[in-house]
Design a protein around this ligand. Structure first.
Ligand code: GLC
Length: 530
């Protein structure tokens, strides 16, 4: 097997900077804070950090509305703090992946301020401006991801501008070559400063239909669904021309050694895999959100892994994501016992795993009282469960005030369990979820077949999900019980002789297996064969 790149063999850890560690007591996490906590990532054993945006921003969407791509927001620190973080990560052998948000800027970005100044401004065409429809209303029926029309009328110039997200996040016009060059310059700025690659925000949104045709109604839309589901996004996203744009981004990246391009893409499988690009010259890793989006049962999980494995283009490297700052946390979705099984699954499937901060301690979605809601997704469409604050609460480090996150008042409340559920407490417990994560990651590193071996499904019944990883380095069986009842499986010849490397309960290493395997409720095991 050819030698793997770091982003193939490594594990990625996402940090949401507002919530990881506050360094200056203002209640909001920052770059200095992250630098202080790097040793946690080393103990955990991850290889790369992806930072959600820390650039200058009015924070309408908490940093995904950027007013200066090449500067650090004072809330998060300064460019010097970034350089220090880069240096400290480098010294520890950690890669640093940055968030690139090219689909839209803040409405306070100087580019947009110029663009909206007049119809004749040189930057008018950097954004998407259209005349009103015949009745004076919006140019078409496209909806915003945060509710309402995606078009905002600008009184001064008599046209509408398009915003797939908040009206404070106008979309850039990616059909304009000057826009492309400007964003490629942003990429070079950070690559020159030592970024190891980018996670590109809503990459499938960059190109829209050249004729701005109406989206067709979604027959599956139900009252209570978020507004964006009212229409199928046939014309407003995932256009064929997007792949040329991504190939260009990739070209910029390929001017530097060993960098990675990751795309945030929520699309059905067959359309997702197109984002590897022709001849694999697209995204290295089109994020695969199937574990985040699918119901948690053995049948579904076995099916999605098989379909994914089958759909991958030749040479396309797989990846799996268990959580992020936009989706409910895994521990809340599946419960604490299954969160352990989820960890084992994430770290034994074939492909690069991405972990979301806090999932390693089983952080749950916190209840946010109405007066403390921050997220525009909740404020704009309240009560539909769209708010993302619950999964963005501060990291819980220890038993000191505010779990060691801040000496000030945290920007979001801590999860009420912080006195028990924190890194310091769980690190002392040799059976904790944190210990399990550390052991799983160490085992993955020490067991090449878990990184590079092929995936071979094993037919199972009831709540069991099992597979093999196979390579010339050896054979490993992973058996996961996704249910609350004990189960015994007969693996027969396939597992005539084996030895347990790790159980999610952390108490069975070394036990030998000869054909039959008894699994407890909510237990997963990794078994070396032979
Ligand atoms: C992505 C981000 C999300 C943000 C949106 C708009 O989906 O992950 O947090 O709100 O893009 O930038």
């Amino acid at each position: 097997m050819a030698e793997l790149a770091w982003w193939q063999s490594g594990i990625i850890y996402q940090i949401y900077p507002r919530s990881f560690q506050d360094g200056n007591g203002d209640g909001i996490g920052d770059l200095q804070g992250i630098t202080r906590r790097l040793d946690h990532l080393i103990c955990l054993g991850v290889d790369a950090v992806w930072l959600s945006p820390f650039y200058q921003s009015p924070m309408a969407d908490f940093g995904y509305d950027i007013a200066d791509y090449c500067n650090v927001d004072p809330i998060f620190g300064s460019l010097a703090d970034f350089d220090r973080l880069r240096e400290e990560t480098r010294q520890r052998g950690l890669k640093l992946i940055l968030d690139l948000v090219p689909n839209h800027t803040s409405d306070r970005h100087p580019w947009f301020e110029e663009s909206r100044a007049s119809r004749h401004n040189a930057k008018r065409d950097w954004y998407i401006w259209r005349d009103p429809a015949a009745d004076g209303g919006p140019p078409n029926n496209w909806r915003s991801n945060f509710g309402g029309s995606a078009w905002e009328f600008d009184e001064a110039t008599g046209q509408y501008y398009y915003h797939a997200f908040l009206k404070e996040q106008p979309d850039l016009n990616w059909r304009n070559p000057a826009v492309r060059e400007a964003i490629y310059d942003v990429m070079r700025f950070w690559l020159d400063r030592g970024a190891d690659g980018f996670r590109v925000d809503v990459i499938w949104h960059l190109m829209k239909d050249a004729e701005f045709r109406d989206n067709p109604p979604n027959p599956g839309f139900q009252p209570g669904d978020p507004e964006i589901r009212r229409y199928l996004e046939v014309y407003s996203a995932d256009q064929p021309e997007i792949h040329d744009v991504i190939a260009e981004m990739r070209h910029v990246l390929d001017g530097y050694a060993e960098r990675v391009l990751i795309g945030e893409i929520y699309l059905p499988l067959e359309r997702l895999v197109a984002y590897y690009g022709a001849d694999l010259k697209g995204a290295h890793l089109p994020f695969n959100f199937q574990l985040v989006e699918s119901p948690w049962n053995a049948r579904t999980l076995a099916r999605i892994v098989e379909e994914y494995e089958r759909a991958l283009p030749a040479g396309g490297w797989p990846n799996w994501v268990l959580g992020n700052h936009d989706r409910p946390r895994i521990a809340s979705r599946v419960g604490q016992p299954q969160a352990r099984v989820a960890a084992m699954k994430l770290l034994t499937l074939r492909g690069t795993p991405t972990l979301y901060y806090g999932d390693e301690i089983g952080l749950e979605d916190a209840e946010i009282p109405p007066d403390l809601v921050q997220d525009p997704a909740e404020k704009n469409e309240p009560g539909l469960g769209l708010g993302r604050d619950p999964q963005r609460t501060p990291m819980q480090w220890d038993r000191s005030d505010n779990a060691g996150f801040t000496t000030g008042k945290p920007w979001l409340p801590l999860s009420p369990d912080w006195r028990e559920r924190n890194v310091a407490t769980l690190a002392e417990d040799e059976r904790s979820l944190l210990t399990l994560y550390r052991r799983l990651i160490a085992l993955r590193k020490a067991t090449p077949v878990l990184v590079a071996g092929s995936y071979v499904p094993i037919e199972m019944t009831k709540d069991l999900f099992a597979f093999e990883r196979v390579s010339e380095d050896g054979r490993v069986v992973v058996a996961l019980n996704l249910g609350p009842e004990p189960e015994t499986v007969d693996f027969g010849e396939r597992l005539a002789q084996g030895r347990i490397l790790l159980s999610t309960h952390l108490d069975r290493e070394g036990e030998s297996v000869t054909g039959r395997l008894a699994l407890r409720a909510d237990e997963g095991v990794i078994i070396a064969v032979g």
